[in-house]
Write a protein that binds this ligand. Structure first.
Ligand SMILES: [Zn+2]
Ligand SMILES: [Zn+2]
Length: 146
């Protein structure tokens, strides 16, 4: 893991660094599992580069595959969608990111909290996108809706 700080910003070299960061957030519920979110439209070679929209204020997010433009709303975001602007990196302005989710699963089976983070593919800056409190949803159900 190469997780370093550049000019005060967390920077990661790859999606694994993003996962590590999500698993060690200060002042957040414990994260038991992390998953890199990738587009399911491509067989075994799932691309991870995406555009994202979302807002932490309302706990919603959507990612759109760079390769095929398939958009996926995270969990129940679609029903609460408020059309937040596309996110771009505050460090370099790039809009393309890798996306990962951290899951708090206190009993090992039911998810209580989801945090979504992104890594800028240009400069590596890590950032939180949104987080959602979920009502003890089964892990498999959450994984299928990210
Ligand atoms: Zn795709
Ligand atoms: Zn950047």
């Amino acid at each position: 893991m190469v997780l370093k700080k550049v000019a005060g910003a967390r920077v990661g070299e790859d999606a694994e660094d993003l996962r590590s960061w999500l698993a060690s957030l200060d002042g957040a519920p414990e994260v038991h599992e992390t998953v890199v979110l990738a587009c399911a439209q491509h067989g075994d070679e799932r691309p991870t580069w995406a555009y994202v929209e979302g807002t932490a204020a309302e706990g919603i997010a959507r990612r759109r595959c760079l390769a095929c433009a398939t958009a996926v709303h995270l969990l129940d975001s679609a029903s609460r969608w408020t059309h937040p602007p596309m996110r771009s990196c505050i460090g370099c302005g790039t809009s393309i990111v890798e996306v990962a989710a951290g899951l708090s699963i206190p009993d090992g089976e039911h998810v209580e909290w989801v945090v979504v983070g992104v890594r800028c593919v240009e400069c590596g800056r890590l950032a939180g996108l949104t987080d959602m409190v979920v009502d003890s949803l089964p892990l498999a159900e959450v994984l299928s809706a990210l």
